[in-house]
Write a protein that binds this ligand. Structure first.
Ligand SMILES: NC(=O)c1ccc[n+]([C@@H]2O[C@H](COP(=O)([O-])OP(=O)(O)OC[C@H]3O[C@@H](n4cnc5c(N)ncnc54)[C@H](O)[C@@H]3O)[C@@H](O)[C@H]2O)c1
Length: 251
């Protein structure tokens, strides 16, 4: 275990990222809460601080190399070298292939793939120095293919390849890399999808739950719990894996 227990969670202003930041704080990490705008991070930071934890709000677009480098430098200076990285920041730009714009394609690739690459590259030096680290990437059941998500499913499948390569390259430095592929999780992202298809969110979530073996929608905490498992000191022999957190196997 590294001396410094500092974790970074990207896209942590809300949803899965916020739940994960709070969970890692409960697990004893000082947490850098990254999102596009520093002010957006205030709720997550104050929830962690009121629970007695340490958190730092950091505004950073993970797809911008310069912003990523300076964010990681600032985190290392303020909290200590980060040894846990959760690449969670994400966006959707759903459309059928024939209507999908190049911008919709590029935005999704840039946030998920370029963002996770840039963050991992910036943070790995601290992990290698500490000879300990944990990287967790957020994939999705959409990696297996999903109508209207040519961009997103490609990015989420790509993240599984990135995860396995990081596991191979960084393993000898005590660093593991794993991916979580959630199914339907109730967040603003799935709310936006309900809106796009013109459905009330409750009905949308109920329809999703009817297809899920455990008969309920997932919650951000379901994913945060799995992150906590991968990050645990005792999970050091689990690397390069993809775990589906979907209430059952993908249907
Ligand atoms: N909700 C689901 O059902 C579901 C399922 C599978 C995978 N996921 C994945 O889990 C992750 C979190 O999803 P969520 O449902 O909590 O989404 P969300 O939309 O509620 O939150 C995503 C966060 O990422 C931030 N973000 C977006 N672009 C960014 C950038 N360039 N730099 C920094 N931050 C940025 C947003 O501001 C937002 O706070 C995403 O990677 C998503 O693709 C979600």
């Amino acid at each position: 275990m590294a001396d410094s227990r500092v974790a970074i969670v990207t896209g942590a202003a809300r949803g899965i990222g916020a739940a994960t930041a709070k969970r890692l704080a409960e697990d004893g990490f000082a947490v850098a809460v990254i999102d596009l705008d520093e002010k957006q991070c205030a709720d997550t930071v104050s929830a962690i601080e009121s629970g007695g934890g340490t958190a730092l709000a950091v505004g950073c677009d993970v797809s911008d190399a310069g912003q990523v480098e300076s964010a990681v430098d600032r985190i290392a200076a303020k909290l200590g070298g980060p040894t846990v990285l959760v690449n969670n920041a994400g966006v959707i730009r759903d459309n059928m292939l024939f209507k999908m714009s190049e911008d919709d394609w590029d935005t999704v690739m840039n946030v998920h793939l370029r963002g996770s690459f840039l963050m991992s590259r910036a943070v790995q030096k601290h992990m290698v120095e500490a000879k300990w680290g944990r990287i967790v990437n957020l994939s999705s059941t959409s990696a297996l293919g999903n109508r209207g998500q040519a961009n997103y499913s490609t990015a989420k499948a790509g993240l599984q390849g990135l995860t396995k390569t990081l596991a191979i390259e960084l393993g000898k430095f005590g660093v593991t890399a794993n991916a979580i592929a959630p199914g339907f999780i109730a967040t603003d992202m799935t709310k936006a999808t309900a809106e796009r298809v013109g459905m009330d969110f409750e009905d949308f979530a109920k329809a999703a739950a009817s297809q899920i073996p455990v008969a309920r929608a997932g919650q951000p905490e379901d994913v945060a719990n799995t992150v906590s498992f991968f990050v645990d000191e005792r999970s050091g022999f689990v690397s390069g894996q993809v775990i589906y957190v979907a209430g059952g196997p993908k249907v």
